[in-house]
Design a protein. Structure first.
Length: 259
C-alpha cells in the first residue's frame, strides 16, 4: 500500500506494507508512480515545495516482492525496464527537493528508490548492499552506476561478490548517503529538516538540483560548470525570492520565500 499526504508544503509518500517489509510488486510500483504524479501536479500549483519518502515498520523496503513469482517464467526485463526504471526517472526529475528517511533493510528496488532521491538520511543500523549473490541475480535499479560513482570499482565489486551489507553508519562514512542518525530520531529529525526546506527558495533549489544532475551526467569541468551557474544566477536574480532574500539580509530579518 502506498499513501500520499500533503501539508504545509510537504508531500509525504509512505510505503505502508510493513508485514512484508514494504517489498514492491507491480501494483505497488504503479501506485507509487501515481503518488509521485499527484505530488508533482501539486508542486506545479505551488502546493508542494519538498517531498519526503519513507517506509512504515522495521524496514524501508526489502526490494521486489517475489512471493508467487515463478523463476522459470519471470520476465525481469518487463519488471525492471517497464516499471522500475520509468519510476526512478520520474523520482529523479521531481520538480522540488526530495528527501528519504531509511531504516532497516534497504535492498534491491528499495535501494534504487533511495538512490533516485536527492537527499537520504539513514538509521545508523540500516542495511544496504547487494544480496543478490545468494539468489543468482545481480544488483539492479541503477545500483552498479551509483555504487561505482560513489564507492569506487573495488568496493562495488567487493559488495557484489560477497553479498556483504553495509550499516547506515558505514554507508554514510563511505559516501553513499548523506547523514546517519539513531533510528529512534530518524523520522522526527528528517521531517524537521524537510519542513525547513519547504519554506525555502524552491526555485533556487530546483536550479541547484538541475545543475548538479547536469554536471554529473555531462561530466562538466570547473569552468563549464561555472558558466552554467552564472546563467542560472542571472535567471534567478529576476525572481521575487531573490529580491526578498537580499532585502531580508539588508533589513536584518528572516526572509519569507514564496517558492
Amino acid at each position: 500500500m502506498i499513501s500520499l499526504s500533503i501539508a504545509a508544503g510537504v508531500a509525504e509518500v509512505v510505503l505502508d506494507a510493513p508485514h512484508k517489509l514494504n517489498s514492491l510488486d507491480e501494483q505497488a510500483l504503479a501506485d507509487l508512480s501515481q503518488a509521485y504524479d499527484r505530488a508533482a501536479d501539486a508542486a506545479a500549483r505551488g502546493e508542494v515545495r519538498a517531498l519526503l519518502l519513507r517506509g512504515e515498520g522495521r524496514a524501508f523496503c526489502a526490494g521486489r516482492d517475489i512471493a508467487g513469482v515463478t523463476p522459470e517464467s519471470d520476465d525481469a526485463q518487463a519488471y525492471l525496464g517497464g516499471l522500475v526504471q520509468p519510476l526512478l526517472k520520474k523520482m529523479s526529475a521531481f520538480p522540488a527537493p526530495t528527501f528519504a528517511a531509511a531504516q532497516g533493510a534497504c535492498l534491491g528496488v528499495g535501494l534504487g528508490l533511495l538512490l533516485a532521491t536527492d537527499v537520504v538520511y539513514v538509521a545508523e543500523n540500516a542495511k544496504f548492499g547487494s544480496p543478490f549473490a545468494k539468489l543468482g541475480a545481480t544488483l539492479d535499479s541503477g545500483g552498479h552506476w551509483y555504487f561505482t560513482e560513489r564507492l569506487g570499482m573495488h568496493r562495488t565489486l567487493d559488495l557484489i561478490y560477497t553479498a556483504e551489507l553495509m550499516s547506515g553508519a558505514d554507508a554514510v562514512a563511505q559516501g553513499l548517503f548523506s547523514r546517519a542518525m539513531p533510528a529512534a530520531e530518524l523520522l522526527e529529525n528528517t521531517r524537521a529538516i524537510v519542513a525547513g526546506v519547504a519554506t525555502g527558495a524552491t526555485g533556487a533549489f530546483r536550479a541547484s538540483k538541475e545543475l548538479v544532475a547536469h554536471i554529473r551526467d555531462q561530466r562538466l569541468g570547473l569552468w563549464e560548470a561555472m558558466e552554467e551557474e552564472n546563467a542560472e544566477q542571472a535567471r534567478l536574480c529576476k525572481s521575487e525570492d531573490y529580491a526578498e532574500g537580499f532585502r531580508a539580509f539588508q533589513e536584518k530579518r528572516s526572509p519569507v520565500f514564496k517558492g
